[in-house]
Design a protein around this ligand. Sequence first.
Ligand code: 6PG
Length: 234
Amino acid sequence: MPSPELVVLDHKDQLPEVASERTAHVIREAIRDRGECFIALAGGNTPRPIYAMLARRSDIDWSKVRFYFGDERCVPPEDPESNFLMAKTSLLDRLDLEEGQVFRMEAERESREEAAKAYCALLPERFDLIHLGMGPDGHTASLFPGDSALDETQRRVVPVYGPKPPPWRLTLTSPVIQRARQVFVFAFGASKAAKVKEAVEGEWNPKEVPIQLALHGVWFLDREAVSELPQGPQ
Ligand code: 6PG
């Protein structure tokens, strides 16, 4: 079972600088090695300041970056609950991007199955970097504990009905996350400490602890989120 690189920050305010620096490094390396970078952005609230900091960097050739999403709520893109809207306002609108660099999950479409199939057809063969958040229940993207979506081995995007409102979502699946060259997890606060411990120290059980799909990555945490790990907060 892989072990994540744990980047423990004294305070959440350090996250934007540290996470944007590491993200910029991965993007530059992908562009150097393969001429372009495929990144899937995270949803929720934690990534917002990271994306605002990324937008201010001048050391990335954004023209070579293709932006995707790890998951999306089944709401219109202008809905405050939209993960696309969060990324658009904090990052994408601040970059001088060409048409065709941003691949939005059209989760508002009437047929969620059709929307999932359409998005799957747009995915790269492999992501260079996937940003992920983590819920207190150990969910990541919109892969929730016990959900049959976690058994998916063929489809790379599926609709799910989850416990976190809004309930209907589209999400990347386990094969896509596990195949990513790099995965960054952002998890802060005491509410996530128990699942961080279970994920890092427990048995391999991604169906019940979906964040374990990202154990091969780098986890950016604060001291509260690691408070139940042996090395806990010093
Ligand atoms: C979503 C996210 C979800 C999120 C976690 C953490 O669409 O809700 O993809 O996986 O990343 O729930 O959310 P916070 O960063 O807001 O704590």
